[in-house]
Design a protein around this ligand. Structure first.
Ligand code: IVH
Length: 710
């Protein structure tokens, strides 16, 4: 935006934290019309009244209020409005249907298992006919294109799968993407999904231009496509030749067909580009031979592909199969083998992670593998280095597959110098000097492969890593507070533990050297950071739990816990009880949550048995109000209920019944307790049925269950 001085009294502000709900609603209405007015002045009249910074503050205030009162978000909210991306970044878009990813397989057996698993899940015979689409996996960026009344109204990146970035203004410049679909039968709304990519020839030409202009040269077409799509100035995106292939859909009023292939045919009719190598295949052999054909032709394609995707063709079966964690059961990616290269190992560096794990990292002579320059690779752990006998100075074979961290396969022994000595793994932590030990796994009685620093919170490396994890993308995801700033703030003593993040603004207001006066900061960037922090005081409970960095608690477990306990208070209270008494019913309930089990339950209890962890959580909850997750399907009769399946089911497999119950918001447990709401018993049910009767739990037949959920 053109710079003009800000109006000094742009608006009289009540701080976001102090707003009442009614006050917030009023303020959101005021901001929506104010921002719309400035957008019109800027975009249509080319005559802005306020500076970029003042405009940014309006949007940030709007976002912070929406974050505190999500239920008050207006239909005309500036956050969701299209065509006027904020000048300093992209607004966020919550995907109506999550944009999830695909599971991977690496060989023919993996594909066979995938097909067999589908048959087992659906209870189909080995010879029941099943069609799959077989199509290239495009190495680009996924995008969701929302059409209303046939008009492209919003384009969003995948982001974390649930929330992406609004890149509409940029996507509008891509010639391959229809802006208007005229077909009468085009559903309204309809979200087409697919991949944005850059061809090899366009990539090469772009890099020549970049070099001439003294600008950044891109490592590969994918990075070039990403960099081009995320331009703040759409005219730059317009000058970069991006292309598109359609292969999926999101929210839709209806579907034009009842098979994947049928939808592709409709896509083509409506003017969306489809990958010409995509094919409908009707047997495992045909899927695998198509894989080989496409792989053989790979080098001759003008765009990057990194594997083949198989999708079960019938949409009714896709629906029944559903998803497991973040991937569909009905589709899989068959990855091409990793690319290899050799280079020299200069040094082995030990990095200390947030749980104290010491990971050896190979520092390499830079080498290009699979289109990117690699300088670091993981050596996994002490035993791996010994097993492969990798020594500093060795020429090593390196492998890189897709987004996976490059790996060292082993040394080239012919090239080894006589003086090369076996690597001695340190037994003290390089960051804090504490002893580093290999624990004995209580379940297996075996020594852990990982050596860990015992310094806990006195170890600066662990503290910094925990902070980085806390603000990371799938945890608090605080814009402007990435790994680099965390390191700097930690070194300067500004942020030592997570609660410090939320007191940063208050402490800054009376600090001797204010953030805005520090190197690399200014008034706008400091205010932006404070607003971004304030906006995340209402993260969802699953993110909050995940952010705590409890061992074995990843995003999926975070979700399970958030769903199970509902609020932060009941979670913390229950974990307090579970930590104190592992014979308690509360501990048993934790361990009994489907998907949790003994190792994870013990790790959570261990975490809450440490007083300093509890102190951090309690302190955090003074500043942060984690939001309960929306139930998967609150309208369903079994939402929030705990169900146990036992005996043989006749109309679907056990796996399908479980997945369906979970989709409807029920919890599926493995054993019967007083907390069980229903036991669904088929023929052959044994002790679980007996337990249910003893405890007075409702017992349903399969038919009764299906009637209940229908
Ligand atoms: S289907 C529910 N088809 O691969 C999953 N994805 O690892 C829907 N991708 O995020 C995705 N080519 O960015 C699908 N022909 C294709 C694809 C494809 C590339 C990407 C996509 C996705 C990732 C999954």
């Amino acid at each position: 935006m053109a710079k003009k001085p800000a109006k000094p009294d742009a608006f009289a502000e009540t701080s976001v934290d102090a707003l009442t709900k009614a006050g917030a609603a009023k303020e959101l209405a005021r901001l929506a019309s104010e921002i719309a007015r400035h957008d019109a002045l800027y975009y249509q009249k080319d005559n802005p009244e306020i500076s970029d910074a003042a405009y940014d503050l309006l949007r940030q205030r709007n976002e912070a209020i929406e974050a505190r009162f999500p239920e008050l978000q207006r239909e005309d909210s500036p956050t969701s409005r299209v065509g006027a991306a904020p000048s300093d970044g992209f607004s966020k878009v919550t995907h109506a249907v999550p944009m999830l990813s695909l599971g991977n397989v690496f060989d023919d057996d993996g594909v066979r298992d995938f097909v067999d698993r589908i048959r087992r899940f659906l209870g189909l015979d080995a010879d029941a006919p099943l069609n799959f689409t077989t199509e290239p996996k495009i190495d680009g960026l996924s995008i969701g294109l929302r059409y209303e009344r046939g008009r492209l109204v919003q384009a969003a990146t995948r982001g974390d799968g649930y929330v992406g970035e609004n890149v509409t203004a940029n996507v509008i410049t891509i010639g391959d993407i229809p802006k208007q679909v005229k077909a009468r039968e085009f559903p309204d709304p309809f979200e087409v999904r697919g991949e944005i990519y850059m061809s090899h020839s366009a990539f090469a030409a772009l890099n020549v231009e970049q070099e001439k202009a003294g600008a950044k040269v891109f490592a590969n077409p994918r990075n070039a496509a990403a960099g081009s799509l995320r331009q703040l100035d759409p005219s730059v995106t317009a000058s970069r030749p991006l292309q598109f292939f359609a292969y999926a859909w999101g929210e839709t009023a209806s579907l034009p067909a009842n098979t994947q292939w049928g939808v592709y045919e409709a896509f083509a009719k409506w003017g969306f580009p489809l990958n010409p190598l995509a094919k409908l295949t009707s047997s495992l052999d045909e899927m695998l031979s198509t894989y080989s054909e496409i792989e053989e032709g790979r080098a001759g394609l003008d765009y990057d592909i990194d594997g083949i995707v198989y999708k079960l063709d019938r949409l009714d079966l896709q629906e029944r199969l559903g998803f497991v964690s973040r991937s569909p059961r009905w589709a899989v990616a068959h990855k091409f083998p990793a690319e290899k290269a050799t280079t020299v190992l200069r040094e082995i560096e030990i990095q200390v992670g947030r749980t104290g794990a010491m990971t050896p990292v190979a520092k390499l002579e830079p080498v290009t593998v699979g289109g990117v320059v690699v300088q670091n690779a993981t050596l996994h752990n002490e035993d791996e280095i010994a097993r492969k006998d990798v020594r500093v100075g060795d020429t090593v074979i390196l492998q890189r597959a897709g987004d996976v961290i490059p790996q060292i396969l082993g040394p080239v022994l012919d090239k080894r110098a006589k003086s090369a000595k076996p690597f001695v793994f340190p037994t003290v932590c390089p960051a804090c000097g504490s002893h580093a030990v290999r624990e004995i796994n209580p379940n297996t009685g075996k020594e852990d492969a990982v050596r860990r620093c015992t310094g806990g919170l006195i170890c600066p490396a662990q503290r910094v890593e925990r902070l980085k994890h806390f603000v990371s993308r799938n945890a608090f995801d605080i814009e402007g507070l990435g790994a680099k700033n965390i390191e700097a703030f930690y070194d300067e003593g500004l942020i030592q533990s997570p609660p410090d993040i939320f007191t940063l603004a208050t402490r800054d207001s009376c600090a001797e050297i204010k953030l805005e006066n520090r190197e690399g900061w200014g008034e706008t960037s400091a205010q932006k950071l404070f607003a971004a922090i304030a906006a995340r005081r209402n993260v969802t409970l699953d993110r909050f739990i995940y952010a705590l960095g409890i061992r074995h608690v990843g995003e999926i477990t975070g979700r399970l816990l958030a769903r199970n306990y509902g609020t932060a208070d009941s979670f913390v209270e229950a974990m307090g009880v579970a930590a104190k008494d592992r014979a308690s019913a509360t501990y048993a309930e934790l361990e009994n949550i489907d998907g949790i089990g003994p190792t994870v339950a013990a790790a959570i209890a261990d975490f809450f048995a440490e007083p300093h962890n509890v102190a951090v959580v309690e302190e955090l909850l003074k500043y942060v109000s984690p939001q309960a997750l929306e139930s998967v399907d609150t309208a369903s009769a079994v939402s929030g209920k705990t169900v146990v399946f036992t005996g043989t089911l006749e109309q679907m497999t056990r796996a399908e019944a479980k997945a369906q119950a979970e989709r409807l918001g029920a919890k599926v447990a493995g054993s019967v307790s007083k907390k069980t709401d229903y036991v669904v018993a088929g023929p052959g049910a044994g002790s679980k049925l007996k337990n249910a009767k003893d405890l007075g739990v409702a017992v349903l037949t399969e038919d009764e269950w299906l009637k209940l959920i229908s």
